[in-house]
Each structure stands twice: as structure tokens, then as C-alpha cells.
Design a protein around this ligand. Structure first.
Ligand SMILES: [Zn+2]
Length: 268
């Protein structure tokens, strides 16, 4: 028999967003959630595929809920869930839904279980909110903003202000970008360096702007399609580099690589 006190100790609360879910057994689901308090968790939600389940609506994909969880020896159990936010705008627009999948998958790839990172939870929450509400024109830049911030919060913030070799302040000229080096090289140290590519000035300025300004300012950025593609390619190359080094998510890395290749094809 367990006392009330013992039962209380086995329960914990999490403000969490559902990143992923898969069916388990007859009527259950395994949920991958990202929580404010405990980082990423994998939880078992029993009976949620039954039509009469009261929990089901509160643990849908991309839903932000407050969840009461019971510790067990295998997967911790969802005992209660209460929706905080459903991000409705994500659900009836296919391109927004696709971006939400991407955002969730990226976070899943860059994190390990039970590694608490409250700013990352806020980034996820704010990004889903943006994807649900911004005007169509700002959708892509919201995703780029998320990628750059996520890199920073995962410990891979690209250095954009001082040369990663000599630490001199970088000037508004053509510098060089090195994914392996973790940032920008001045012309003196970047030229001829293996793995360093010339970084055009407009892209350099855009990256610095996005890294230092808040979303309300970045949202007003209007990038030419060419510049946006370059930005996307640079961020993807940086993410692929770090994900491969940490041996995470081979399938997802392949998808990212295919996207990068598609961007390099000449426009017909
Ligand atoms: Zn230098």
C-alpha cells in the first residue's frame, strides 16, 4: 500500500507542448512533449484513442497543456491534462501545419530528454503562436528567426561580430562564413581557408540584425527571394553540421540536406 505522501511524491506537473505522438498498444499514445520545467519528455497517454477519452483533446499535436504526470519505472504517465493554447490558426492551413511539423522536429533533434531549457520552451511557444497568427508574408522569416534562435539556445550561436580567428571586430565588407568554425572570419583569415565561404554583405547584415533584434522588429524585414534563399541555406548548413556531429536524427538530416540541394539548383 502507498500512503498519500508517497503518491504525491510520484506526481509532477509540466507546462508542455506536444511535439510528436505515436500510437501505442490498443488505445494509447506515446507523446514526445517539450516542457518549461523538465525539457523534453516522453509520456504515455493511456486510452486517448478511445472516442470517449476526456484527455484526448488536451494532448493533440502542437497543443500547449498543463499536464499532471505520474512517475513510473517505464514511461511516465499522463494522469490529467488541461489545454492552455491550441494554436488554432496552425490547423486549417497546410503550409502553416507543415512549418509547425518542421519546428517541432527541429527542436526534437536538437534536444535530449530531461534536459531543462526554459528559454527554449518559450521560443517554441512563441514560434507556434507566430506560425498560427502572422500574415503569410512573414511566415518564412518567422521560421528563419526560430532556426537562428534555436541554434543559439542549443549552444551553437554563430559568432557574427568578431573574427573567430583573430577576434578583431568584423567590418562591413565581404567576410567569410565557416560552419565548422562556428561563425565569421575576417577577409585576412577567411580567404583560402578550407570550409570558409565568402559571405555577401547583405546576408551578413541580415544575420546580425536577426540575431540582435526582437521578433517585432525582425517581422518587418522584407528580404528579396534570393537573399532569403541564401539565408535559409546558410542556416540549414549550420544545423546539419551540428546535428551530424552529435549523430542525431539521420532521417531528418537527410530531409534537410535534400532541401539544401533543391535550393542550389538553378532556377528554371
Ligand atoms: Zn581575423
Amino acid at each position: 500500500m502507498t500512503t498519500m505522501e508517497e503518491r504525491r511524491q510520484r506526481l509532477y506537473r509540466a507546462d508542455a507542448i506536444v511535439l510528436k505522438r505515436r500510437d501505442h498498444g490498443e488505445a494509447d499514445r506515446l507523446l514526445t512533449v517539450f516542457s518549461a520545467q523538465h525539457g523534453k519528455l516522453v509520456l504515455l497517454a493511456k486510452g486517448v484513442r478511445k472516442t470517449r477519452s476526456r484527455k484526448a483533446g488536451h494532448v493533440e499535436l502542437f497543443t500547449y497543456s498543463t499536464i499532471l504526470i505520474a512517475k513510473t519505472r517505464t514511461w511516465d504517465l499522463v494522469t490529467q491534462a488541461e489545454t492552455v493554447e491550441t494554436y488554432l490558426g496552425l490547423r486549417d492551413d497546410l503550409s502553416r501545419t507543415a512549418q509547425a511539423y518542421y519546428v517541432a522536429e527541429l527542436l526534437d533533434s536538437f534536444t535530449q530528454e530531461s534536459d531543462s531549457n526554459p528559454p527554449m520552451f518559450l521560443l517554441l511557444r512563441d514560434t507556434l503562436n507566430r506560425l498560427a497568427t502572422v500574415r503569410d508574408e512573414s511566415l518564412a522569416i518567422a521560421v528563419r528567426f526560430y532556426e537562428l534562435r534555436l541554434l543559439g539556445l542549443a549552444g551553437y550561436q554563430p559568432e557574427l561580430f568578431r573574427c573567430i580567428e583573430c577576434e578583431d571586430e568584423l567590418q562591413p565588407v565581404t567576410n567569410y562564413y565557416s560552419t565548422a568554425g562556428g561563425g565569421v572570419l575576417c577577409p585576412r583569415h577567411g580567404e583560402g581557408q578550407i570550409g570558409a565561404e565568402p559571405l555577401n554583405l547583405a546576408l551578413f547584415k541580415t544575420l546580425r540584425f536577426m540575431q540582435t533584434r526582437d521578433w517585432d522588429t525582425v517581422e518587418r524585414l522584407s528580404l528579396s527571394p534570393g537573399l532569403h534563399t541564401e539565408l535559409e541555406r546558410l542556416l540549414q548548413a549550420t544545423m546539419v553540421y551540428h546535428l551530424e556531429r552529435s549523430l542525431r536524427s539521420p532521417v531528418f538530416i537527410r530531409t534537410l540536406r535534400e532541401q539544401m540541394l533543391a535550393h542550389q539548383k538553378p532556377v528554371a
